[in-house]
Design a protein around this ligand. Structure first.
Ligand code: GDP
Length: 298
């Protein structure tokens, strides 16, 4: 938990101190308080509609509970944020094997995230196969190979330029043959070539469905928190093409834009499953709504 607190320090410094100062300047709760709060939340990358939603929820709570002290809003805000983020955080990977498909544009931290998840699962005693289905960049395969060695996972790869769906097929076959618990597949992240990328993802999805019809499947979209509202837009693009089951939000340690977690959850209705708070192997944390809310509004 201290890692998350440390990682969210920049966001907290921006959000919590400004909200606290604002609340302190009010002697009673009135409409202008909610307007100022909404503005501060928007500045914290929470997004306009989500900020409105939070303030509506607070207005309702204030009325219901008969709250009159402006500073009491702070705790209620934390509670409201936690409520909004709760539900669906757990990875659903019970079948043997199960599949985690990892998607996202280049540079967001996809490969690093795969390495971190592989290490985490290995640490739980699981046998992991990695499929290097970003066949477009040789460097991506090399990087994944380093993570495979580090985490003790098996890597399945093909020469550069191979059909990504064919790599996924091989990875699934290897996992079946060796009795692996989880197959994690990397994918290419060229959003500028949208049609191709989306075709590729659906072809990969079809291979997985055909080879493992009854397996638990996760499609994790990796987003870079430092890009703020842009991350929300990226999520929308991918959501239209692939059935995303969860979000991994990376680089929360390097940004004051942690509020974007709320925007993603609220606008897309997809749970955040992990957050990245650094470059090292144990800097990936399972998302916990209450801890996150507490780290934001300590
Ligand atoms: P990919 O192109 O999406 O596969 O991205 P990479 O996994 O290669 O990551 C791009 C850069 O972001 C690398 O320098 C990573 O070390 C860094 N990175 C990934 N996740 C995090 C994170 O949670 N925090 C920080 N600070 N850096 C990260």
């Amino acid at each position: 938990f201290s890692k998350i607190k440390e990682g969210l320090k920049k966001t907290r410094d921006k959000m919590s101190s400004s909200v606290e100062t604002m609340l302190h300047s009010f002697t009673s709760i009135d409409e202008s308080l909610f307007e100022e709060l909404e503005e501060l939340l928007v500045m914290g990358d929470v997004g306009v509609s989500t900020a409105e939603h939070i303030c509506d929820a607070l207005r309702k709570k204030v009325k219901e509970k008969g709250v009159t002290d402006p500073e009491a809003i702070y705790g209620m805000l934390r509670e409201t944020v936690a409520e909004m983020l709760r539900g669906g955080e757990e990875l659903n990977i019970s079948t043997k094997p199960s599949v985690i498909l990892v998607i996202g544009v280049n540079g967001v931290g996809k490969t690093t995230t795969i390495g971190k998840i592989a290490s985490r699962l290995k640490g739980e005693g699981k046998k992991v196969v990695l499929g290097a289905a970003d066949t477009f960049r040789a460097a991506a395969v090399e990087q994944l190979e380093v993570w495979a060695q580090r985490s003790g996972a098996e890597l399945v790869k093909q020469p550069e330029g191979s059909d990504p769906a064919s790599v996924v097929y091989d990875a699934v076959a290897a996992a079946k043959a060796r009795g692996a618990d989880v197959v994690i597949c990397d994918t290419a992240g060229r959003l500028h070539n949208k049609k191709n990328l989306m075709d590729e993802l659906s072809k990969i999805g079809r291979v997985i469905d055909r080879e493992l019809p009854d397996a638990d499947k996760e499609v994790l979209l990796v987003l870079d928190a430092t890009t703020g509202q842009n991350a929300v837009n990226q999520a929308r693009e991918f959501q239209n093409a692939a059935g995303i089951t969860g979000i991994v939000l990376t680089k929360l340690d390097g940004t004051a834009r942690g509020g974007v977690v709320l925007a993603i959850r609220e606008n897309l209705g997809i749970p955040v499953k992990f957050i990245g708070v650094g470059e090292k192997v144990d800097d990936l944390q399972p998302f916990n709504a209450d801890e996150f809310a507490e780290a934001l509004f300590a």
